[in-house]
Ligand binder design. Sequence first.
Ligand code: PLP
Length: 393
Amino acid sequence: MKDIELAPATLSVWAGEGESLAQGATQVPIVYSAAYGYPDVESWLDVALGRRPGHIYSRNTNPTVHAFEQKVRILEGAAAATSFSTGMAAVSNTLFALLAPGDRVVSVKDTYGGTNQMFVDFLPRIGVQVDLCDTSDHEQIEAAIGEGCRLVYLESPTNPTLKVMDIARLSAAAHEAGALVVADNTFATPINQNPLVLGADLVLHSATKFLGGHADALGGVLCGAPELIAKVYHYREITGASLDPMAAYLLVRSMKTLALRVRQQNENALTIARWLEEQPAVAAVNYPGLETHLHHDVAARQMRGYGGMLSFTLEGGFAAVKRVLPRLRLAHLAANLGAVETLAGVPATTSHVECTVEERAAMGIPEGLIRYSVGIEDAGDLMRDLEQAFAVA
Ligand SMILES: *Cc1c(COP(=O)(O)O)cnc(C)c1O
């Protein structure tokens, strides 16, 4: 059976592991070996020169890491994949490998905080010009792309305001301008959205979030066409932000329940977002699954589910947020997302901790926003927990 004929729930469990299994074990082993030995120079050369599959040195490739890469690759419907020590290593290695001085990048104002720092600080330092557009204004983004650029960087839904970008429309504009499209699919997961199918050239994830889902392993992954992946892989094997085999093992194990977890998180988040809209203490709710969302039509077209992330503001502003958050019993106040446990925080301590107050304001991110990462708990329990916390607002 071809991988593509199997549903995501089946692929989450089975995909990508076969090559890495050893000695009849049904589970992928943690291979902690820095290097791989050969009986003679000829067979060693065969692998080193890519004439035969195999491993040489774990900074480059490793059997446990390979299983993780294959699982995500198959779920994203990609021909190739490579991995990284963190999501930010995936972002930075991709940008540094594909861009050179004089290139121009078009992206949006409210990408993930670390990614934004790449755009406002590290890329300009090496002579790459970056044009950051209003995330909700597709005409402005298309006009910026039309002026010519090397790379278009998309993220949808965005962190933490849950804006939605039309990946098919912006990919078409990018390709007309001869640009490559990179899409950060961390919030959606491959269960809800496949950017490559929509027209993107490369899709990346912070595996730390939904892919891992248990808040215990850091990782990043990039999928796309073999020529592009080879370029970024080469940069990563030389600069060294390789995924650790233990983290890869945890990610492979956790991804077996990815479809199950994400289905529950989609359902919980939609229920809670609808309920939040009715609460007098709540000023505004951001969730792509709500009919009131500016780009709900785009989300409905390109996503199979709307994800486990939502954000909202309270009537009492930042002061109310500071009173309400510590009262939550069923949410870790922590700078992570996508885990089985619900997490809550504000942009200043989570997604945009790297940015100054002024930078957050420029990105259109209110200080009084609560970012709520919905876990797999009972939705009724989560709503009752929010309700008792709002009582102090
Ligand atoms: C967390 C995150 C990243 C960075 O991932 P790390 O694993 O923390 O380095 C990148 N993009 C998005 C959308 C994220 O949420």
